[in-house]
Write a protein that binds this ligand. Structure first.
Ligand code: ADP
Ligand code: MG
Length: 475
């Protein structure tokens, strides 16, 4: 039997002492983020927000999440190769959601051309919460899968040592020894390196397509520097740079600033506001049309939409992608929460009625990424009352609200006083795969990420200033 604590330490003096040590340790280990005030300056940096203590996670569900990841990699990849499914699934969404519609028009445009690049690189993160049913059972439920710009694979590889040190100082040695090693960055880099090799030109570079505001740059840098260690050159560029200096040559090789691009790694481009001009859209199209390996390509980006997630949860749909693998289907389906269409028609009407009757049981989700976009509680009624008779409602999907048990922890965030909070955690699992033509050459689960937020917030990730980095303590 393990002697892992049921509750985190609460002694006030100890906490005061530990928080200082914790912050310095985070800085020493490179758990860093640039500041809100100077997001593009390396002159003043701070620690990335994190929990003072790791959070208990049942070993069985943790292992379940790791075990299903290579199946999710294949699922996303299969969806991305099924034009009929994507067309049908997103048909109603793209009539009312401009952003998805623009992505979709790029998808259609590149499909008209012969696909030059047969190599596909997927780096994704599947996120889960642990649902607590009234009879006390804990079950792993997927929140979503991020197929573009999934972050924190770098910083997550540095947080285990921070928690180990805090626990040692706190004399919680049993717990200290249970902190898992974790190195998603290394696995993501293996995927990137494989794609770069397959592209087959030593001079060509990996281009990180990045945002203008780069608070989370250190997370990228871990991945970047690991590539350099393998002698793979990296450049960081923004849409702006691609607009100004990007071009395709006759064989559709992509050049930016005179450098040939082997892999475009999108750490940007997942929100409407990332496309600040028509030229940004032109740049996205140019990159998609190019010979460069895209991570993700436009079809894999679309495979990560919430509408696709909802369709995949329909009876029989997983079987379409895994016709001879009932066990794979069962493993994936076990992680699905209830997901409901809001498309026009009888089924969508039923969803509306269900949500209006019990708004607290659901989350209303638009086709957006990046946190802070979902709708909860009474606001669901306000939105649906307004949209229920218009096809605008199909810009959303409805999802069962996952109900985890809150646990107490201390959140450390620059500028915030430390307080004991009731918290909810979200477990992410990183997947990496490389396919060439029909051959899956690489398909792995490469690490995990635990994020924890105060339960007063329904939504929002680390970037949104709500969640903080954490580590699971398995029991
Ligand atoms: P985004 O793409 O914006 O990150 P998510 O689907 O991941 O959208 O939702 C953002 C946050 O909202 C999650 O990190 C989680 O905290 C909360 N959330 C999302 N779906 C649910 C759900 N079904 N039940 C409970 N909380 C949810
Ligand atoms: Mg999310």
């Amino acid at each position: 039997m393990s002697a892992i604590w049921e509750e985190v330490p609460r002694d006030e003096n100890l906490i005061k002492h530990l928080q200082e040590i914790a912050k310095d340790t985070a800085l020493l280990h490179g758990v860093l983020m640039r500041t809100k005030e100077s997001p593009n300056s390396p002159e003043v940096v701070s620690y990335a927000p994190f929990t003072l203590f790791p959070t208990r996670v049942p070993r069985t569900v943790f292992n379940q999440a790791l075990a299903v990841q290579t199946h999710f990699n294949r699922l996303v990849d299969q969806v991305s190769q099924d034009p009929a499914f994507l067309e049908e699934t997103l048909a109603s969404t793209i009539k009312v959601d401009d952003f998805t519609a623009r992505l979709f028009s790029i998808y259609r445009e590149v499909r008209r051309e012969s696909q030059l690049q047969k190599v596909v690189l997927g780096l994704n993160r599947s996120d889960y919460m642990l649902d607590q049913s009234p009879d006390g059972r804990t079950s792993l439920k997927q929140i979503e899968i991020n197929t573009i710009a999934a972050s924190f694979g770098g910083l997550a590889s540095r947080t285990p040592d921070v928690h180990r040190h805090i626990l040692k100082v706190a004399n919680q040695l049993e717990e200290r020894n249970q902190i898992l090693d974790n190195n998603p960055a290394e696995g993501l880099v293996r995927g990137l390196a494989k794609a770069w090799e397959l592209y087959g030109s030593e001079r060509a570079v990996v281009m990180f397509l990045v945002e203008e505001v780069q608070r989370n740059i250190y997370d990228h840098r871990y991945v970047e520097n690991e590539l350099w260690k393998k002698n793979i050159p990296v450049i960081r560029r923004q849409f702006e740079d691609v607009c100004r200096t990007g071009s395709l040559d006759q064989s559709r090789k992509l050049f930016v600033d005179g450098r040939e691009i082997a892999v475009v790694y999108f750490r940007n481009g997942y929100m409407p506001q990332n496309y600040t001009s028509e030229q940004s859209w032109d740049a996205r199209l140019m990159m998609e049309r190019s010979l460069a390996v895209k991570c993700p390509d436009i079809s894999t980006h679309l495979a990560g939409t919430k509408k696709v997630q909802q369709e995949l949860a329909r009876p029989g749909v997983l079987e379409r992608f895994f016709p001879d693998e009932p066990e794979t289907v069962a493993q994936i389906r076990a992680t699905f929460a209830g997901l409901y269409t809001l498309d026009m028609g009888e089924e969508g009407d039923k969803t509306v009625a269900m949500a209006l009757a019990n708004p607290d049981r659901y989350v209303l989700k638009p086709q957006r990424e990046g946190g802070g976009n979902n709708i909860y509680g009474q606001e669901i009624c306000e939105v649906l009352e307004k949209l229920k008779d218009s096809r605008e409602r199909s810009a959303y999907i409805l999802m069962d609200k996952i109900q985890p048990i809150p646990v107490q922890n201390y959140l450390l965030r620059p500028g915030d006083p430390i307080r004991l909070k009731s918290c909810l955690s979200e477990l992410g699992v990183f997947g990496a795969y490389v396919r060439k033509g029909k051959d899956m050459l690489f398909n792995e689960c490469v690490g995990h990420l635990l994020r924890t937020k105060s339960s007063e917030y329904a939504d929002g990730g680390v970037a949104a200033g709500v969640a903080v980095l954490d580590n699971p303590l398995l029991f």
